[in-house]
Design a protein around this ligand. Structure first.
Ligand code: 9WO
Length: 236
């Protein structure tokens, strides 16, 4: 599923251009019993099954042949550290990243302790397996690699790279029903447009994600624009 989905779009192009290599290891290929068993019943009882240590360990070991020192093993789970653009940016500089996708009700804790360097979470929700989470990480990291996005700047200018949300975007037509594009964007005044966009970015972050603003120190200019934004909100 992961390799097929990754053939599409930006990740597919990056694979074609050998900017990134994607390999998939199936722990089932590292089992030695007739039924290729990767799961077993949990000690202590309870519902469901747990992934066994040995097939996971052997699959990760196999994926590490030829690995350099800057290779990390990351387990994707709801118990992980919340994933941020900063963590992704750091990971994009590694020569190899091994993403472990769990299934069933989880994996033997000793694999996380002994074989994984980090545990990452995409958010506080549960999905049925780690593969979809791995795809998201693969996509988010690939687009940060040099020469993947046409415009070198666009990954840096994204939402979250500076800790702020994006400003609103508009394209043709200029008017939809009674809803017109803000005048400033049609003005051709590049400095005014940049100021308006910065005001929208800090303003929207203040409105929608105040938690992000608390982590950030705004410049004097950004503080001024935010104050202006708040005044304009009050007027509406
Ligand atoms: C399933 C389950 C069923 C009954 C009681 C407790 C249970 N916990 C789980 C569970 O967490 N299963 C996980 C499924 C096992 C590891 C892989 N799975 C997973 C990864 N679900 N969600 C993620 C995930 C990964 C990264 N960011 C957010 C969620």
């Amino acid at each position: 599923m992961v390799s097929q989905a990754a053939q599409i779009g930006v990740t597919g192009k990056a694979i074609e251009n050998t900017i990134v290599t994607l390999n998939v290891w199936n722990p089932r290929d590292y089992t030695y019993d007739r039924h290729k068993t990767v799961d077993d019943r949990p000690f202590g009882g309870g519902q469901g099954m747990v992934m066994k240590y040995q097939p996971l360990h052997d699959a990760v070991t196999a994926s590490k042949v030829n690995a350099k020192n800057d290779c990390k093993v990351v387990y994707l789970s709801p118990q992980g550290k919340p994933l941020t653009q900063a963590l992704l940016s750091k990971a994009s500089k590694l020569s190899q990243l091994i993403l472990v996708a769990g299934r069933y009700e989880g994996i033997d804790e000793r694999f996380i302790q002994r074989d994984c360097d980090e545990e990452w979470s995409l958010g506080d929700y549960v999905i049925s397996g780690g593969e979809l989470a791995a795809l998201i990480v693969i996509d988010a990291i690939t687009r940060l690699l040099p020469n993947v996005l046409g415009n070198v700047q666009s990954a840096q200018e994204d939402s979250h790279s500076d800790g702020l949300l994006d400003y609103p975007q508009f394209t043709r037509p200029e008017v939809i029903a009674d809803n017109a594009v803000p005048d400033v964007l049609l003005s051709g005044h590049h400095a005014d447009i940049a100021r308006w966009r910065m005001k929208q970015s800090v303003g929207r972050t203040w409105q929608k994600r105040p938690d992000l603003l608390k982590k950030k120190t705004l410049s004097a200019e950004q503080e001024r624009l935010l104050a202006q934004f708040k005044v304009e909100v009050d007027k509406v």
